[in-house]
Design a protein around this ligand. Structure first.
Ligand code: FAD
Length: 678
């Protein structure tokens, strides 16, 4: 028998849901030779996840997709809490903002998962042609393909050039790849629900007898299992990777309908606790749709629920009972499903820092908190640039150990229970729990553990069991000085404030200047540089960076999405840019600063073909039309002292230090711990 064809790839992604697509987007932006396979025939078209948290929207915006989601989605601004009155009738007890004010320029928004998946596919296509990927083949999802075996050559795991993972892939026919329930034409989402079992066995059994079964062998440097809650990849890694947690007895139904009702808050996010019929959550969506999460008290019995007993009529009747005495009807139902709540987390996220698990493959959540899709994307967002820069030999392999460290700490800090499942909770307790969980659910409270990538002084160490520093042997560890920028916390996301571009007076929020292109940002808060002493200090730092960090840091080739000039064959830059991007925010009167005359070259780098780069210097001052962003105040920087903040390619703060010369060594130390410096 002829042996299976064999090929090599840098990264193989298994599963093209939110986690897999985020991973694929990073790989396409960094020009990494990648394949992504999915057992299904197509992407999600309706239903499933719909809630985008503030941090997710910021992340999508850094890839240029945020505005599309923002424009099409419905924005959740307010939440109202309904509880039974003394006579048992539900009554609105409180209204509150749905988001913590001033934390992000995005509030929570809702749009169905299928639309978001389409945006991802467009954004991936826009990454090509990429100068770093000479294959010239844009990354595309290969559908109806699944893995049947996975082996890791552990002895070769630390060899940078090895392809130590061997995966056998099987190509399915359309019929084999279509779940049985879909063939029966039921317009529901039960086949993707966690009430459904894994269908991989069924698919493989169907293709077993076929004479023309097509298999191939792929040798990969890295494999990322993004294959959902029943993850084949996780199982292939062995029992050590099983998820821990409980599958509760609570069963919930979900319906996307256009409601006809006299309930007054149907276009507001609502939490409704009825006296004896369970709870209902209302999420107003795009296109007049409303999503209802309905607790099914009648099927909430012990053990696993038989999904064949659940119908949309049964779910809707439960909703009508909870919302009574208000009337609820509908003519149009877009999608419905049911699920049993299970909040579970894996104990290990990687094998040898070669095979990684991301998304539902390694943690599951109650869908009502709008977490699953968001957290799944944020896992892959954390991992993608690390794998990309290690594959490009810009960072050493040891950095990959921060993935498991950072995610374990994130999950151990999360509230375990979903308060909406509890009965007999007072309105006060419910509101308190809702507010407390907000920093977690919005994604803005993520606080990564200390490591080479996150320099935290001891006083900032978290009181979490998992918050232990990864000691990288032989690596220097830089020290942050938090007092330099009191609102920039190492391990947390770099906040965004408005500043005014020095060269043309356009107001920008700083996040706009940090696209996800794989580069680190070194923000210099230079103070009032119209004063000679402050200007000299900023320029002296520029000279030191030019000879030190910038001379020694690797360069990175960027595709057309990040740099319109970098990807075209007819116009290539002489030298790709440094992986460290230096930017300056001063607080001098803008009119008293001449960009080219007053500032060192690192703040307006010169390219022989493109001239000066004018897009690196900003003033914290009044804009003509959009007010004053008060960025120094927002970041907690004293204008007299200034500060330096190093931000990782995923927007999280790595180092905070003072601007004075005695601190420059810390900046160099930080990059030596993270990059493969010359
Ligand atoms: P998935 O989205 O499950 O994607 C996994 C992908 O891998 C799929 O495309 C699958 O076909 C593919 N795959 C699986 N096995 C294999 C294999 N062996 N080989 C190849 N490919 C494979 N989250 C929210 O944030 N808000 C919500 O409102 C919400 N509602 C939900 C309602 C339901 C009914 C369900 C089931 C989930 C809901 N979620 C919600 C959760 C959210 O959909 C998931 O958390 C999110 O989709 C996880 O993303 P993922 O990429 O990790 O996995």
């Amino acid at each position: 028998m002829a042996s299976n064809p064999t090929s090599e790839v840098d990264v193989l992604i298994i599963g093209a849901g939110p986690a897999g697509l985020m991973m694929a987007l990073w790989m396409s932006r960094l020009g990494i030779k990648t394949r992504i396979v999915d057992k299904r025939t197509d992407k999600v078209f309706s239903g499933q996840a719909d809630g985008f948290q503030s941090r997710t929207l910021e992340i999508l915006d850094s890839f240029g997709i945020g505005e599309r989601v923002w424009k099409e989605s419905n924005h959740l601004i307010e939440v109202s809490f309904w509880n039974p009155d003394s006579d048992g009738t539900i009554k609105r007890h409180r209204r509150a903002p749905d988001n913590i004010s001033g934390m992000s320029r995005f509030t929570e928004a809702v749009l169905h998962q299928g639309r978001m998946e389409a945006f991802f596919l467009d954004a991936i296509a826009a990454s090509y042609p990429h100068p770093a990927d000479p294959s010239g083949t844009p990354l595309k999802v290969e559908r109806m393909v699944l893995p049947t075996s996975l082996e890791v050559d552990e002895a070769a795991a630390e060899d940078d050039d090895a392809h130590p993972i061997t995966v056998t892939l099987r190509h399915l026919t359309e019929e084999e790849a279509t779940p049985t329930q879909k063939l029966s034409n039921l317009s529901d989402g039960l086949f993707r629900s966690n009430l459904a079992g894994d269908d991989v066995g069924e698919m493989l059994a169907q293709s077993k007898g076929r004479a023309d079964v097509r298999e191939e062998v792929v040798k990969a440097k890295y494999v990322v299992g993004c294959d959902g809650a029943h993850s084949w990849t996780r199982k292939a890694l062995g029992p050590k990777y099983e998820m821990k947690g409980e599958m509760t007895d609570f069963v919930w139904g979900v319906m996307d309908i256009v409601p006809i009702t006299d309930f007054p808050d149907v276009r507001t996010r609502c939490m409704i606790h009825s006296a004896s019929n369970g709870s209902l959550m209302i999420i107003p969506r795009e296109n007049r749709l409303v999503r209802l999460y309905i607790q099914l008290t009648e099927v909430s019995t012990g053990g696993r629920v038989d999904r064949s007993t659940i119908t949309h009529e049964m779910i809707f009747k439960a909703a009508q009972k909870i919302i009574a005495p208000y009337k609820l009807e509908y003519h149009y139902c877009d999608w419905w499903t049911a699920y049993q709540i299970g909040q579970r987390v894996g104990q290990h996220f990687t094998k040898c820092d070669r095979v990684f698990l991301a998304g539902d493959a390694v943690h599951t959540h109650s869908p009502k908190a709008g977490q699953g899709m968001n957290v799944s994307m944020s896992d892959a967002y954390n991992l993608g640039w690390k794998i990309g820069l290690v594959t490009k030999k810009i960072m050493p392999r040891k950095i990959l150990s921060t993935y498991e460290l950072e995610l374990l700490a994130t999950f151990s800090g999360r509230p375990q229970k979903d308060i909406l499942d509890e009965t007999g909770v007072s309105m006060d307790d419910f509101s308190k729990a809702f507010n407390m969980s907000h920093m977690f659910t919005s994604g803005l409270g993520v606080n990564y553990s200390p490591s080479a990538l996150v320099s935290k002084p001891p006083e900032m160490a978290l009181l979490l069991e998992s918050d232990k520093e990864v000691q990288h042997e032989g690596s220097p560890v830089a020290n942050s000085k938090l007092s330099a920028a009191t609102h920039c916390k190492p391990g947390m996301r770099f906040p965004s404030y408005q500043v005014v571009e020095q060269c043309d007076a356009r107001p920008w929020t700083l996040h706009h200047k940090m696209p996800s292109d794989g580069r680190f940002r070194l923000w210099v808060f230079g103070g009032d540089i119209s004063q000679p002493a402050a200007r000299e200090r900023v320029n002296a730092l520029g000279a030191r960076l030019e000879k030190g960090v910038l001379a020694r840091a690797p360069r990175i080739e960027m595709g057309p999405a990040a740099n319109p000039f970098a990807g075209t064959a007819r116009f290539r830059l002489d030298r790709p840019p440094s992986v460290v991007d230096v930017l300056l925010v001063h607080c001098a009167p803008r009119g008293e600063v001449e960009l080219l005359r007053d500032l060192h070259d690192v703040y307006h780098p010169f390219d022989a073909k493109l001239g000066w780069d004018y897009d690196k210097v900003f003033a914290d001052g009044e804009s003509y039309h959009e007010g004053h962003g008060r960025a120094y105040e927002g970041y907690g920087v004293d204008p007299e002292k200034g500060a330096v903040v190093v931000v990782r390619p995923d927007g999280y703060v790595g180092l905070v230090t003072e601007l004075g010369e005695e601190n420059w060594g810390e900046i160099e130390k930080w990059f030596e711990g993270v990059l493969r410096m010359a």
